[in-house]
Design a protein around this ligand. Sequence first.
Ligand code: ATP
Length: 274
Amino acid sequence: MTQKETFKVLEVKNLHFSYGKFNVLEDINMKVMPGSFLGLVGPNGSGKSTLMKLMLGLLNPDRGEISLFGEPVHSFKQWSRIGFVSQKANSFNSGFPATVFEVVAMGLYGKVGLFRFLKKHHKQKVKEAIAQVGMEQYEFHNIGKLSGGQQQRIFIARALVSEPDLLILDEPTVGVDAQSVKNFYDMLKDLNVRKGITLILVTHDIGAMSDYVTDVACLNKCLHFHGNKETFEEKREEMMTAMYGHDVSVIEHNHDHHHHDHEHDHDDLDGVRS
Ligand SMILES: Nc1ncnc2c1ncn2[C@@H]1O[C@H](COP(=O)(O)OP(=O)(O)OP(=O)(O)O)[C@@H](O)[C@H]1O
């Protein structure tokens, strides 16, 4: 590990991005330090997913630089250090024929190939990852029979099995009920504090996440705010007005997700970059 790597997990400098002529991100500057828990918030269409794709090297910036663990993203190769859970993760339908254990083991494919050839210590890693998200008793349950919140935990476990240093979560609580959301955030906080995993949580649900994060970035094409949670709390009203307009109650966004609930596509099996 180099000096640089211990310094910043992610750095974004003067980043600009557009889809054709449509400007989506303007002059974004961001730093994510090891052990931090960043909430990246912004309204629908503010560019959150686009920024995430840029961070993961899935899109190329028009201008600017992105580095992961001190390495420019275009030459970065240690993808097992990064776990990614997308918003479509909780979309297995009830007939999907895989157990919790099998789904989590998929997180090791990049390392070991087919899970039926998993060695004992790999099986142990799968079990540990399942335990980390508090789902031990569901190991041999069918994934499709679990609730949205439980499925989402399993996807986190799948991302954790390769022991990432950075975990990026895109709207992980879409379609999850309020109590489960709280439990879910408690679990994330625990991973952050006890395991030292750096977290980036992308959400438009600013209300629930702000109790848990250490840092906040508010995005709406440009970054309206990027700093620690305490400073964010002081400027909260101002930020909300700048990003969402005067009449919008932030709480309302919590319950605005139902249109996502019925997606049943399974393409997210490829969602973790290996
Ligand atoms: N492939 C694409 N081609 C053209 N425009 C796109 C494409 N993907 C997204 N956009 C547009 O770019 C803008 C930013 O989209 P993006 O998905 O990054 O926002 P977001 O903050 O993640 O939104 P949401 O919270 O709704 O997921 C939106 O106006 C969107 O319509």
